[in-house]
Design a protein around this ligand. Structure first.
Ligand SMILES: N[C@@H](CCC(=O)N[C@@H](CS)C(=O)NCC(=O)O)C(=O)O
Length: 209
């Protein structure tokens, strides 16, 4: 059972991964608006109070989007989305982490430190954390650098981690779409390689997930 939320970017990463694999699994929506993720029932699944979380038939609970994807990759190896061979797997991990650190986290930082609805909740999870406006500002700057770096990378390769679509593309696409929606930043028109890649990956059926 996958604990999911249709509007949140991290669960979208897992949903896209599942569509790429051609796998359907039962899901349950956790209502983040009403704070269902802070309920005792959900804390028993993931004490970190975040979605997504995957609970296996034997009760094992896996949180963290990439950990869930890693599990799914092992159970459903085709098509490979996390690289093949020693170097291939390492390179996908490298690019995935860059997309996450430099891109996704930058947008999260920009969004959570500025959104009026997230006052006192600048970090996900159950703790009271005040917003830092300078961090929101820095997040926006970092996101701009991320887009430039990504464009440079995509001038050399078809996809983020090389010539094959991978989890690195999923994280990058979710990042760009999240930025458009949450912090109202469009990818600059002048970044041609990024634009080519964004159209291509947005046209994949999984992008609708
Ligand atoms: N590192 C976690 C992050 C999960 C996360 O932050 N999820 C968000 C939704 S995208 C959440 O549950 N937020 C709850 C909150 O805002 O308190 C992952 O990769 O799955």
């Amino acid at each position: 059972l996958l604990y999911d939320n249709p509007n949140a970017p991290n669960p979208r990463r897992v949903r896209m991964f599942l569509v790429e694999k051609g796998v359907e699994i039962p899901t349950r929506t956790v209502d983040l608006r009403s704070g269902e993720h802070f309920s005792d029932d959900f804390r028993a699944v993931n004490p970190g109070c975040t979605v997504p979380a995957l609970v296996l038939d034997d009760g094992t609970a896996i949180a963290e989007s990439v950990a869930i994807c890693q599990y799914l990759e092992a159970v459903y190896p085709d098509p490979p989305l996390m690289g093949e061979g020693a170097a291939g797997r390492a390179l996908v991990t490298m690019w995935q982490r860059r997309m996450e650190h430099d891109g996704f986290f930058a947008v999260v930082e920009a969004f959570r430190n500025a959104a009026p609805g997230l006052r006192g909740r600048a970090l996900p999870g159950g703790r009271e954390v005040e917003q830092i406006p300078e961090l929101a500002e820095r997040g926006r700057r970092r996101y701009g650098w991320f887009l430039e770096d990504l464009d440079r990378r995509l001038q050399e390769t078809s996809f983020v981690a090389g010539e094959d679509f991978s989890i690195a593309d999923i994280t990058a696409l979710v990042t760009v779409d999240f930025a458009r929606r949450a912090i109202k930043v469009e990818p600059p028109a002048g970044l041609g390689a990024l634009d080519r890649w964004y159209r291509e990956v947005s046209a994949r059926p999984s992008a609708g997930a």
